[in-house]
Write a protein that binds this ligand. Structure first.
Ligand SMILES: Nc1ncnc2c1ncn2[C@@H]1O[C@H](COP(=O)(O)OP(=O)(O)OP(=O)(O)O)[C@@H](O)[C@H]1O
Length: 607
């Protein structure tokens, strides 16, 4: 039961003074009154659209201002101005209500026929005649499962025949629901009312009452669509208008993803190449008094984790490998002068003595190409050294190939082999620096404590930290620029959402009259923002992936096939950027959300 208790309402002049009245649960209440007497205002108050009044409106003893989702639970509106969404067709307009309320399904066809709108379902409402629009609005107003229907001039745009049909339908509905109709049509008002009221002297006054034939409420068969479906529909609808902002955000995200991935990939590759040249488990040692090392000194340094050791004399250069005893021939492979222990042998056998060597796979392939031979395993080659302008060669046998493609040509020797060769060739037994290859670089501390006369340090540490330092400087500059682009794009997103809310103020108000809650409106704005940023992010990710596949193929073809994948998209980068952009999007949505909260329904409907 709907009750008006001592309601007083005024704008610039009073409309109702201490007005009271009780509406039965069902029945057709027709309200008449002079223009400007406050009929529409009364409906707005009863429908919960206008809460600025003194007194109370109660439904089943509860103040309607205290009822959450009052419109959704109780009210169906039929407005004089229709309030249809022009961009949608008739079916979509009617279905709008089903996202917020349960709608009757078993009477649907019957009413569509009666209102003569069955064939109009696919028509955009913008092209309908005033009468057709009104019939659609009426249908949408009562098709949901709510106990009260509020109609403001429902027949204003209809001819006499259609107006009568509407009154008949409303009368039929009033057997099960409370129908309150404002009408200027005196004939129909008199013919179809159960209760006829007039607003006069700031009060509702009963003019006439017809005998009422009450009908027992029938259980309605209803259905409801989920709000999620509506969000998806909404995203589809606003997709075109958000296309540009998606592209701007996509470019900004692509730039930051490119920056982060490029710097990280390059840094990783440099570290990997450095690891091949100087493994991170290589420890360099010198004598603290700067004296030269002898091989015997080096042998005294003992630790179970040491795998390999060698001396380096800076004055001796390892020049290369040749198939003849002559150094400068076409069949000479020039080689960088570093050595290390082979890790995984794939072909051939282990090195047994100083006269045997293993080659990295790429070096082996190079040598194979130079020699025009089919196989080099067990073939003799000559290693060339230079010391004090004297070039000497040392004959060795290739016994294996290490399964590693190295950026620089690489030869693996037996432990102490280098020292032995230099001793035989130049009678040198000393070096300034020694290197230990160890299983675990953490033994550095043990070695320092155990051998205080020596200086120990990780061979690649200073190089890799200086690379990191340089990279960090470049990274920060790039991050600043690309972050600025992302922040600007998100700001643009915020502005676009804000403008959308302003432009669609009326649409939001109509949704609220159909039962949408404020939270649902806010969710809609949020989903729009998140939809835009997620689309831009996915687009950027796909483009980045394609770019990297292309760039990796290009690098492998033109520079080196040593690198399997130079550019790699790191998951932590993706996750970081995604979380960052989500947070920025949420922040940017705050102002549009505030605007949604400020929408005055009545004012927005009139706009
Ligand atoms: N938001 C508002 N701010 C100020 N005045 C308002 C507002 N809404 C309505 N009014 C005024 O309140 C009075 C009653 O308006 P209302 O629309 O309720 O009248 P009505 O009886 O429905 O009139 P009509 O039959 O012409 O539609 C009018 O004088 C109108 O100008």
């Amino acid at each position: 039961m709907l009750e008006i208790k001592n309601v007083t309402k005024s704008f610039d002049r009073p409309l109702f003074k201490e007005m009271s009245m009780t509406f039965q649960e069902t029945g057709m209440y027709v309200i008449v009154g002079k223009s400007g007497s406050g009929k529409s205002t009364l409906l707005n108050i009863l429908g919960g659209l206008d809460n600025e009044y003194q007194g109370v409106i109660e439904i089943d003893g509860q103040d309607i201002r205290q009822i959450s989702h009052y419109i959704r639970k109780y009210i169906g509106f039929i407005f004089q101005q229709f309030y249809l969404i022009e961009e949608m067709n008739v079916k979509e307009n009617v279905n709008l209500i089903s996202y917020f309320k349960r709608i009757m399904i078993f009477k649907k066809e019957y009413y569509l026929e009666r209102l003569k709108i069955k064939d109009l379902q696919r028509y955009k409402t913008a092209i309908l005649s005033g009468g057709q629009k009104q019939r659609v609005a009426i249908y949408r107003g009562f098709i949901a499962k709510h106990p009260i229907i509020l109609c403001d001039e429902p027949t204003g745009a209809l001819d006499a025949k259609n107006s009568e049909e509407i009154f008949k339908i409303l009368k039929q509905l009033s057997k099960e629901k409370l129908v309150i109709v404002i009408s200027h049509d005196e004939i129909l008002a008199k013919k179809y009312h159960d209760y006829l009221y007039e607003i006069k002297d700031y009060q509702l006054k009963l003019i006439h009452q017809n005998p009422i034939t009450q009908r027992k409420k029938q259980e309605e068969k209803t259905s409801k669509r989920s709000f999620l479906q509506f969000i998806l529909k909404e995203l589809k609808m606003t997709w075109k208008s958000s296309f540009i902002v998606v592209q701007v955000l996509f470019l900004a995200l692509l730039s930051i993803l490119l920056t982060l991935s490029l710097t990280q990939s390059t840094q990783k590759q440099i570290h990997q190449q450095l690891e091949q040249i100087i493994p991170s488990t290589t420890i360099m040692l010198k004598k603290k008094n700067n004296q030269m090392f002898k091989m015997d000194d080096l042998k005294q340094i003992q630790h179970p984790a040491i795998q390999y050791r060698f001396l380096q004399n800076d004055q001796v250069d390892f020049l290369g490998i040749s198939f003849s005893k002559k150094y400068q021939t076409k069949k000479t492979l020039y080689i960088s002068d570093y050595i290390q222990q082979p890790q995984k042998k794939i072909q051939g056998r282990k090195i047994k003595n100083a006269q045997e060597i293993i080659l990295s796979k790429s070096t082996y392939e190079q040598l194979l190409y130079l020699s025009h031979q089919k196989d080099l395993i067990n073939k003799d080659v000559y290693l060339f050294f230079e010391y004090q302008n004297r070039i000497c060669f040392y004959k060795v046998k290739i016994v294996g190939i290490e399964n590693k493609k190295t950026l620089m040509e690489t030869v693996y020797f037996n432990e102490y082999a280098m020292s032995q060769m230099l001793k035989e060739l130049y009678q040198i037994e000393v070096g300034q620096t020694a290197f230990l290859q160890v299983k675990d670089k953490n033994i550095l501390k043990d070695l320092k404590n155990k051998y205080p006369l020596y200086q120990f340090k990780l061979a690649n540490s200073s190089l890799s930290s200086s690379i990191d330092e340089k990279f960090q400087q470049i990274e920060w500059i790039l991050y600043c620029f690309s972050s600025l682009a992302v922040v600007t794009a998100c700001f643009l997103l915020g502005v676009v959402l804000y403008l959308m809310v302003i432009k669609r103020k009326k649409y939001f108000a109509i949704l609220q009259t159909l039962g949408a809650s404020l939270w649902q409106m806010i969710t809609l704005v949020l989903c729009q923002g998140l939809g835009i940023s997620c689309t831009a992010f996915i687009e950027a990710m796909i483009v980045l992936k394609k770019l990297f596949i292309f760039a990796n193929q290009l690098i492998q073809k033109s520079i080196s096939d040593l690198m399997d994948e130079f550019f790699v998209i790191q998951n932590n980068v993706l996750l970081g950027v995604f979380i960052g952009v989500l947070i920025l999007t949420l922040l940017c949505c705050l102002i549009p959300i505030k605007k949604v909260k400020q929408i005055e329904i009545i004012e927005a409907l009139k706009s």
